[in-house]
Design a protein around this ligand. Structure first.
Ligand code: AR6
Length: 185
């Protein structure tokens, strides 16, 4: 993490950091994966996390799917981080953008809330989120940002976790999220 490329906001008893970086190497107790319904791995965040976690992760994902079936948009499951620095991976499935009237906002909010509920359940004190659904799933960033920051801020106020980070990959995404956070947090 480059200190010049992160900013910290106090929310309730916790902190919300907006940062630029690679979620797969982020120093948090848990990192969130932007997964698909079958936890099958893929591109973007999912690819980076699977590479960093190593060969044990696919079997753990298959076991979850065998137990419960595919995840719906908005749901999340926990695995160990295996070879990652993070202790846990929270695999969250965001909605695929279909124009915004197919329940996408509710499903995106639920994806963040599901991760925060797992933090509470497992005593996770620090968690890093990517911009769920904002890549391959096509969710417009301007519309995802208010939902993401509201849900993460509410989770911090509830005490679900103590330190949350939004980790943005590109300089442009970082500047956009930071400007929005400064206006609204
Ligand atoms: N660290 C942080 N952010 C990243 C990274 C990284 N290493 N790589 C990309 N991003 P995406 P989705 C940004 O596509 O839209 C996969 O194939 C990226 O620029 O990873 O939820 C899964 O298997 C974008 O802003 O996730 C699913 O099938 C954001 O992270 C599908 O893609 C999310 O992009 C999920 O799509």
């Amino acid at each position: 993490m480059n200190a010049a490329e992160s900013a910290v906001f106090t929310v309730g008893e916790g902190t919300l950091r907006i940062a630029r970086g690679d979620i797969a190497s982020w120093p948090a107790q848990a990192v969130v994966n932007a997964a698909n319904a079958h936890l099958a791995g893929g591109s973007g965040v999912d690819g980076a996390i699977h590479s960093a976690a190593g060969p044990m992760l696919p079997a753990a994902c298959r076991e979850i799917i065998a137990r419960r079936g595919p995840l719906k948009a908005g749901e999340a499951e926990l695995t160990p981080g295996f070879e990652m620095a993070a202790q846990y991976i929270l695999h969250a499935v965001g909605p695929i953008w279909r124009g915004g009237s197919q329940g996408e906002p509710e499903a995106l909010a639920r994806a963040y809330r599901s991760c925060l509920a797992l933090c509470r359940e497992h005593g996770i004190v620090s968690v890093a989120f990517p911009a769920i659904s904002c890549g391959a799933y096509g969710y417009p960033v301007e519309q995802a940002m208010p939902i993401a920051l509201k849900e993460v801020a509410e989770g911090l106020k509830r005490g679900d976790t103590q330190e949350a980070a939004m980790v943005l990959y590109s300089a442009q995404a970082y500047e956009t999220w930071l400007a929005f956070a400064r206006r609204t947090l």
